[in-house]
Design a protein around this ligand. Structure first.
Ligand SMILES: *Cc1c(COP(=O)(O)O)cnc(C)c1O
Length: 416
């Protein structure tokens, strides 16, 4: 974007915009929840829909002038339903966290129980962190990982489900590198009589690209997601319901007027564009390559004896125990990687003995670099460079060399 009007009218903002543009272009983005939107999605975000109020739903709005807002929202809905094999969808949630809150408030009364993954094992803040409104309102029962395999412990989940009979069982994570056995969750929910909910915020794009299984195909009642992670759309959220219209009606009312006012129609237009892109064969290739790249990096880490949670990955992300592997904290590694132009994020790991602001782990993922064009050979090269860097954290000459190599890699794939 050239931002020519901003440059003319507001130099102060223009400088900051150009700074971020340069940072994203030159740096290597390894935060697993981030990605790059396409130029087409960008255009839709800047469209005139930004000006429009459209409270309500298509055909039932509280303002006039809805010919095109209805058309774009229905198009986004139809594309989402087809892509994820859902009978109903609400595309209005402003992001992933409000989508989850909408589901909770639609289906639960204060004090009701939700069985969800513990944050330190890979769950999300909205799955019961004590600082959230939902944790104040609802009774979250955390499940964790099997300490030996560092994978989901379905026996433990079943035991907790039968003991507590939660209203909702929630599956879906922010830092879990392995496949999820959706079928086993369905069997557990049948036994405990719970509503079964998936939060696929991280992996929606991999599901849309048919590289991972879709929980709705395995009998999940509903699914929430963000639209801006692997799905590569604008920032936003969606709630998809497999077939239960009663559940869907409650969710609609919870989104509006329960929690939100006017939907961000420019985001919904951009979402329609992104969902159109996700229907194309090229997106299937992208989704498969995301996983191939992550597995290529994991292969190098394994060979170099770097400790990964669960020993590897089946999806787009890897959790490294950098404290055990290099004697460096997650914060130190995040800062060191920043110095060579790699953006990652420190992360608590399962049974972490350190604190959240300086944990033992680093979380990294391949969605953004795969959009950039990285192939498996690049991914392997990158993993090797990272190991070399972390093994000699104090060697300034080495830091400089790695920085140069990273910048060289990025120049190979210049366009965002
Ligand atoms: C990212 C994420 C969310 C929240 O999405 P926001 O758009 O940041 O509100 C919810 N659940 C999971 C599992 C996530 O990874």
């Amino acid at each position: 974007m050239n931002f020519k009007n901003i440059k003319k009218e507001d130099e102060e903002v223009w400088k900051i915009l150009k700074g971020e543009e340069k940072r994203q272009k030159e740096g290597l983005e390894l935060v697993p929840s981030e990605n790059y939107i396409s130029p087409a999605v960008k255009e839709a975000l800047a469209s005139d829909f930004s000006n429009k109020y459209a409270e309500g739903r298509p055909g039932r709005r509280y303002y006039g002038g809805q010919e095109f807002t209805d058309a774009i929202e229905i198009l986004a809905q139809n594309r989402a339903k087809k892509l994820f094999n859902a009978k109903f969808v609400n595309v209005q949630p402003l992001s992933g966290a409000p989508a989850n809150l909408a589901v909770y408030s639609a289906l639960l009364k204060p004090g009701d129980k939700i069985l969800a993954m513990d944050l330190n094992s890979g769950g999300h803040l909205t799955h019961g962190h004590p600082m959230t409104l939902s944790a104040e309102l609802y009774n979250f029962i955390p499940y964790s990982l099997n300490p030996k395999t560092e994978r989901l412990d379905y026996g433990e989940i079943e035991r907790l489900a039968l003991k507590h009979k939660p209203k909702i069982i929630l599956a879906g994570f922010s830092a879990y590198p392995r496949n999820i056995d959706w079928k086993k969750f369905r069997k557990i929910a049948d036994k405990s009589g719970s509503i079964l909910m998936a939060d696929v915020a991280h992996i929606a794009g991999l599901i849309a690209g048919r590289a991972l299984d879709n929980p709705l195909d395995f009998g999940f009642d509903l699914m929430t997601t963000t639209t801006h992670k692997t799905l590569r759309g604008p920032r936003g959220g969606m709630i998809l319901v497999r077939e239960d219209e009663e559940i869907f009606k409650k969710i609609n009312l919870a989104v509006f007027p329960g929690l939100q006012g006017g939907p961000h129609m420019n985001n919904i237009a951009a979402l329609a564009v992104a969902l159109g892109e996700a229907q194309k064969p090229a997106f299937k290739k992208y989704a498969r390559q995301v996983i191939k790249n992550a597995q290529a990096m994991a292969e190098v880490f394994k060979k170099e004896k770097v400790k990964m949670i669960s020993g590897g990955t089946d999806n787009h992300l890897i959790l490294l125990d950098v404290w055990a592997s290099f004697g460096l904290s997650g914060k130190e590694v995040e800062e060191l990687l920043d110095k060579v132009g790699i953006t990652t994020n420190k992360n608590m790991i399962f049974r972490d003995t350190r604190k959240a602001l300086d944990p033992s782990g680093i979380r990294l993922g391949t969605p953004a670099m795969t959009t950039r064009g990285f192939k498996t050979a690049d991914a392997k090269k990158l993993a090797k460079l990272m190991v070399e860097l972390l093994r000699k954290a104090d060697d300034l000459k080495n830091i400089k060399r790695v920085k140069k190599e990273i910048s060289f890699l990025m120049k190979k794939y210049p366009s965002l």
